[in-house]
Design a protein around this ligand. Structure first.
Ligand code: HEC
Ligand code: HEC
Length: 337
């Protein structure tokens, strides 16, 4: 479309120039037909010794006429060529110039829309890329569609509300984007939010981080397709005869931080590997405060920070976990010898 318009404009411009060469350009003005000199006048009144008053008057009149004729010869004519052919050319010239102005105007109006459309398409592609990255890398902690799990809800309104930002204020949104980029790039030590930027040893370049920011800033969660495995990363479909405790762990997203070999979605590396947690003497092993009994384990699972203040394992009692859920999970974990 753009090339077409440009082509038309170039053609019109060429036509206008061709016409202009014969119409309005000063150098192209046709010389007017020269009036024939009147040689008889040159000798009028000469050859007679004495000039009568009438003769003198006549003489002066002729001289005046001669001078006027000579002057007319020197000056280019300013009289328009109003032959029908020339009128046609002038009209066409005006018409063509008009068309060019119209075409330029239309192009000027259309060009910004075209750019905006292109930017919109680009943004949409970026959001789709961000959505794919999210499913692969972030869903296990922020939930299959970003509504939060171990990590907070990343939907625009909820996110902005945490910082008291107004989503229709561009300056607030600029701050939010900066925070998002920084958080993804550098992580949030000592929270489980990892650093994803390549400069921090992570897997993502700036473009990928920007794509994720586009997803979050446009609130494009409808494009996030939970992958069969990852959807469930937060709450994987439990194996048909999986112990209830295992299904509960998948529901609460323990797999975002812990690995249990052979269990879907349990691949996290933030906390210790729980594949043989049943054989660990103390809970947590690193502090050795609690002996590893089903009751103590349930206490830990229910509210880890109460047992060990400052631990990044969340307080699940605040995430809707019941005492009974904690006990079932503990029972299951004790079987992992
Ligand atoms: C291992 C779990 C985990 C993974 C994986 C993870 N996050 Fe996070 N994320 C968190 C936690 C926990 C927080 C909250 C940190 C805090 O308390 O300040 C967080 C915070 C954030 C925040 C800031 C939210 C706010 O309110 O300030 C953003 C943005 C974010 N994560 C984006 C991502 C993106 C994008 C990915 C995928 C590339 C990702 N996270 C992967 C756990 C995770
Ligand atoms: C945000 C990350 C995170 C999440 C989510 C999380 N944990 Fe943990 N968990 C940890 C960390 C870190 C430790 C180690 C604490 C320490 O040693 O100081 C830990 C320790 C444990 C331990 C003790 C293991 C040992 O060997 O000492 C158990 C058991 C455990 N978690 C179970 C769970 C269960 C069950 C869930 C889900 C209901 C869960 N965790 C969710 C981070 C997490």
């Amino acid at each position: 479309m753009a090339t077409l318009i440009v082509l038309v404009m170039v053609l019109l411009a060429i036509a206008a120039m061709a016409l202009g060469a014969t119409v309005g350009v000063p150098g192209a003005i046709k010389e007017p037909p020269r009036p024939k000199p009147k040689p008889a006048l040159a000798t009028a009144g000469v050859g007679v010794g004495v000039l009568l008053p009438e003769q003198m008057q006549q003489e002066a009149f002729f001289r005046e006429q001669q001078r006027a004729a000579a002057l007319r010869l020197q000056m280019p004519s300013v009289e328009p060529d109003d032959s029908p052919g020339m009128q046609m050319k002038v009209m066409t010239g005006i018409l063509v110039s008009g068309l060019i102005i119209l075409a330029l105007g239309a192009y000027a109006l259309w060009e910004p829309t075209r750019e905006a459309d292109a930017a919109q398409i680009q943004l949409h592609e970026n959001v789709l890329r961000g959505a794919a990255l999210f499913t692969t890398y972030c869903a296990r902690c922020h939930g299959p569609t970003g509504t939060g799990l171990i990590g907070p809800n990343l939907h625009l309104q909820e996110f902005a509300a945490r910082y008291k930002w107004n989503t229709s204020d561009p300056s607030d949104m600029a701050k939010m984007r900066t925070l998002v980029i920084q958080t993804i790039t550098n992580g949030r030590p000592p929270t489980p939010m990892p650093a994803w930027g390549q400069e921090n040893g992570g897997p993502f370049n700036e473009t990928q981080i920007s794509n994720l920011a586009d997803l979050i800033m446009t609130n494009g969660w409808q494009y996030v397709v939970p992958a069969p495995g990852a959807a469930t990363a937060a709450a994987p479909t439990p194996a048909p005869n999986a112990p209830p405790g295992q299904a509960l762990m998948q529901k609460y997203g323990c797999g975002g931080c812990h690995t249990i070999d052979g269990v879907a979605g349990m691949t996290g590396t933030v906390g210790p590997n729980l594949t043989h947690v049943g054989s660990v003497p103390k809970i947590p092993e690193s502090t050795g405060n609690l002996t590893n009994t089903p009751d103590n384990l349930a206490k830990w699972i229910f509210d880890a920070p109460a047992v060990k203040p400052g631990v990044i394992m969340p307080n699940f009692s605040q995430q809707g976990m019941s005492q009974d859920d904690a006990k079932q999970i503990a029972q299951y974990l004790e079987t992992l010898k």
